[in-house]
Design a protein around this ligand. Structure first.
Ligand SMILES: Cc1ncc(C[n+]2csc(CCOP(=O)(O)OP(=O)(O)O)c2C)c(N)n1
Ligand SMILES: [Mg+2]
Length: 584
């Protein structure tokens, strides 16, 4: 049923329909998620969100993907958002939400728009102060709103009074700020009718202030076109704001090098002659470091210097660096607000003259030379990563977890690949949940997971959800009996870095008895080659057994450095044989 709101307000906002219709709060919420491009809802049911799930089932508005637990659901919604632009999950009050909070905080750290809907205590119980289950039992109701306020860009408890405005505010906040949001849907309001707009949610970014945009574009264009060695440093927000095409357009126009940080791996095409490698302070290839640090006009976009993106704080960006973000630019004395990254970049591309070549193609470091071991040789990390580099195809989605699987940051990626990782937050097990999300968002692509046994054991049960939905990822699991990356910090031989030895290849059958998954236990180079030739027509699990003290040199160096920063010069890492050290 639709009704026309007063025509005066129609006239005052040309082009914007103010028509309204009656809808239940729950159905309106699901409709808005759909309009925001979300086609799937992850989560775990509970009595406080079953009514919303019933509305989802009745309306068919979204597809439900139930998870084994709420942490995996949060990771899945994050992985989904990486490819789809936005993701959502629903959990039950407190007990579900407090499991999901690690994943939501991770989305906050990694700038991922995830919408968490907690089915919460009925308003009736709150008004009458009735003690309820899934609460702290002390008559307080706001603790979890408070907790999520710390790790989201916005939070609200919906009421029939505020639902229409709060749902739109939170979804748009997530979308514009590329951050998670938290909403509580009290279980007794989802079926109540409210008047809601007929028009779909307008997902457009707020338009730039014309003068600010013009001035900003002029300032950047003039500084960059007068420079002798301009360069661009790309961090992950370039991917989040979908501005990679514009960055490469500018690189082409000014014939300049573009380096990325680790978290932005894969955001720009690594086969481009403008690709200048991964910048990480003194941890960079010398040519990458030179291109960035010796530039006389560096445009850095969204750069967030932390230990892992600054070479443990050895990064030195030029003093006149232009610092652009999703919605602002800071350069010299000037600060530009009310602008959008894409519009700025497009304006600069139009404003600068086409430059001639500056010797492109020599900025990025070369791949390490091959080791070419024979087939019967015991599998080493060096041979493993070399073989996997050869397995990559254009368009692959690569997920990695913490651990020696960080080696994928050394891959030279084919075109159109996407990398999904949680480099800043770094919660192990993230990648398994995220894999379910990426598979759901883009089933037509090939998804490769690179993970260690320790990370896998955190969230392994979500494999069952992938098998349940006939997903076809390739899972590269390193079985080295524990936390090798941690052995490079401390406890090289300590049992706190050991884990239980699982029968990994038997898990697909345990999780789905009629599975068609292909499982391989790999011990030699030849075993790995055979596993890699399996067709991608079902889930593939490749368990590679490797030595606990074998790790890529870059991982060991980073762990050794990390121990110095973490424990200081008096720490226990200097005891004899305390650390896994690089082989000499
Ligand atoms: C939730 C969480 N708990 C603990 C850690 C600390 N941590 C970081 S890496 C790691 C070990 C990873 O081991 P594994 O996945 O087996 O990788 P490997 O180095 O052995 O290849 C641990 C325990 C973490 N990052 N996140
Ligand atoms: Mg391990």
């Amino acid at each position: 049923m639709t009704s026309l709101a007063d025509s005066a307000s129609d006239k005052s906002r040309p082009g914007q329909s103010t028509q309204t219709q009656t809808m239940t709060i729950g159905e309106f919420l699901l409709r808005r998620l759909r309009e925001a491009g979300i086609g799937h809802l992850f989560g775990v049911p509970g009595d406080f969100n079953l009514e919303l799930l019933q509305q989802l089932e009745d309306t068919g508005s979204l597809k439900w993907i139930g998870n084994c637990n709420e942490l995996n659901a949060a990771y899945a919604a994050d992985g989904y958002a990486r490819l789809n632009g936005m993701g959502a999950l629903t959990v039950t009050n407190a007990v579900g939400a407090m499991i999901a909070i690690n994943g939501i905080a991770g989305a906050y750290a990694e700038h991922v728009p995830v919408i968490l809907i907690t089915g919460s205590i009925p308003l009736r119980s709150i008004e009458r102060n009735l003690g309820m289950h899934h609460s702290t039992g002390d008559g307080t109701w706001d603790r979890f709103l408070g907790a999520f306020a710390q790790v989201t860009a916005g939070e609200a408890r919906l009421t029939p009074f505020n639902a229409v405005t709060e749902i739109d505010r939170l979804i748009l906040t997530a979308w514009r700020e590329k951050l998670p949001v938290y909403m509580e849907l009290p279980s007794d309001i989802a079926y109540l009718d409210v008047e809601v707009p007929v028009a779909p949610l307008d997902m457009a970014e707020p338009s730039s202030d014309p003068e600010r945009l013009r001035s900003c574009v002029e300032a950047i264009a003039s500084q960059m076109s007068n420079a002798k060695s301009p360069a661009i440093l790309v961090d992950q927000d370039v991917g989040r704001y979908g501005a990679a095409t514009e960055v490469m357009g500018l690189a082409e126009k000014l014939q300049l090098p573009v380096a990325v940080t680790g978290p932005a791996k894969g955001v720009i095409d690594e086969t481009s002659p403008h690709f200048a490698g991964i910048y990480n302070g003194k941890g960079s290839d010398p040519r990458t470091r030179e291109a960035i640090e010796a530039s006389d006009c560096l445009l850095s976009i969204g750069y967030r210097p932390i230990d892992g993106t600054s070479g443990d704080f050895t990064a030195v960006l030029p003093a006149n660096t232009i610092r652009a973000r999703g919605h602002s630019v800071d350069m010299g004395e000037a600060n530009y607000q009310a602008i959008t990254l894409k519009e700025v970049l497009r304006g600069v591309i139009d404003a600068v003259p086409q430059a001639s070549s500056r010797g492109n193609g020599h900025w990025a470091g070369a791949m390490p030379a091959g080791t070419h071991p024979d087939g019967s040789a015991k599998l080493t990390q060096a041979a493993y990563w070399e073989a996997l580099q050869g397995y990559l195809q254009p368009g692959d989605v690569l997920l990695t977890d913490n651990g020696t699987s960080y080696a994928i940051f050394g891959f030279r990626l084919p075109p159109k690949c996407t990398v999904v990782a949680s480099v800043i937050w770094g919660s192990i097990g993230y990648s398994v949940g995220a894999l379910l999300g990426t598979l759901t968002a883009a089933p037509e692509r090939r998804h490769l997971l690179f993970i260690g046994d320790g990370s896998f054991q955190e969230t392994a049960q979500e494999l069952s959800t992938m098998l349940r939905h006939d997903c076809k990822p390739v899972i590269f699991l390193i079985n080295n009996g524990g936390y090798t990356i941690e052995r490079g910090y401390m406890g090289k031989t300590s049992d706190y870095n050991d884990i239980a030895r699982w029968a990994y290849t038997e898990l697909p059958k345990a999780f789905r008895p009629d599975t068609t998954a292909r499982s391989f236990m790999v011990k030699t180079v030849g075993d790995l080659e055979r596993a890699l030739s399996a067709p991608n027509d079902s889930l593939i699990l490749i368990e590679s057994v490797m030595d606990p003290y074998d790790a890529p040199a870059a991982v060991i160096h980073s762990s050794n450095n990390g121990a110095e920063l973490d424990y200081g010069p008096r720490g226990p890492q200097h005891r004899g044989n305390a650390q896994l050290l690089p082989a000499h």
